[in-house]
Design a protein around this ligand. Structure first.
Ligand code: FMN
Length: 192
């Protein structure tokens, strides 16, 4: 890559409530590996932002903007403007966490205004103690399916971890995180 080429940017939305938790650990490892490959990254830890739950206004589709005043416009600008997007969640009751679900629901204004998510690649990450990984990834895939209008490559990482520090101590999971970064970077450099 020549220095005047624009660097790609990958933004990760993390729905864990634990800043030092397993999901953050996995995602940080992915982003670190991407940075090492000359890709800019940003981790959006949802508890750092105000994301109010959708209030289901019937008029959403005709509103000039969502009436809820919180940090969603900032988050949407970052995520919808990125070359790559990662959505990551611990498994809670075999699904995404409430934090990530609130974010997903609030993208409905984009949906109602046909503003589609169009990164060049999407990464999905789910971390569980034991069960629900497939259901959680399926929920994320449905969200992606409703948020896009074209085929976007999706790369997935699931891992098992329970207590704080479990992911960091799991060499296989950390290697899988670096592998996910390699796959994401591959899509960004191949231009597909
Ligand atoms: C409310 C709650 C619900 C959970 N539900 C599940 C579950 O359905 N299946 C599972 O294997 N682990 C479940 N877990 C365990 C978490 O997925 C696991 O501890 C994960 O590593 C937490 O990720 P974090 O450290 O990023 O927060 C649950 C934990 C909590 C607090």
């Amino acid at each position: 890559m020549t220095t005047d080429q624009k660097r790609s940017r990958v933004v990760a939305v993390v729905g864990s409530p634990r800043p030092d938790g397993n999901t953050v650990t996995v995602v940080k490892t992915v982003l670190q590996e991407l940075e090492g490959r000359q890709i800019d990254t940003e981790l959006l830890f949802l508890p750092d932002y105000r994301v109010y739950p959708c209030e289901g206004h019937d008029t959403c589709g005709s509103l000039r903007s969502c009436p809820l005043e919180d940090d969603m416009p900032l988050l949407l600008e970052k995520v919808y403007g990125a070359d790559g997007a990662i959505f990551a969640s611990p498994v809670y009751y075999e699904n995404v966490t409430a934090q990530l679900k609130a974010f997903m629901d609030r993208t409905v204004w984009q949906y109602n205004h046909e503003r589609w998510l169009e990164p060049r690649v999407i990464g999905l990450v789910a971390v569980a103690y034991e069960t629900g990984l497939d259901d959680t990834i399926a929920a994320l895939r449905r969200f992606i399916g409703l948020s896009t209008q074209r085929e976007i490559p999706v790369e997935v990482l699931t891992g098992l971890a329970y207590e704080l520090g479990d992911a960091a101590g799991n060499a296989d999971l950390m290697a899988a995180a670096r592998d996910l970064a390699g796959r994401l970077a591959g899509h960004l450099s191949s231009g597909d």
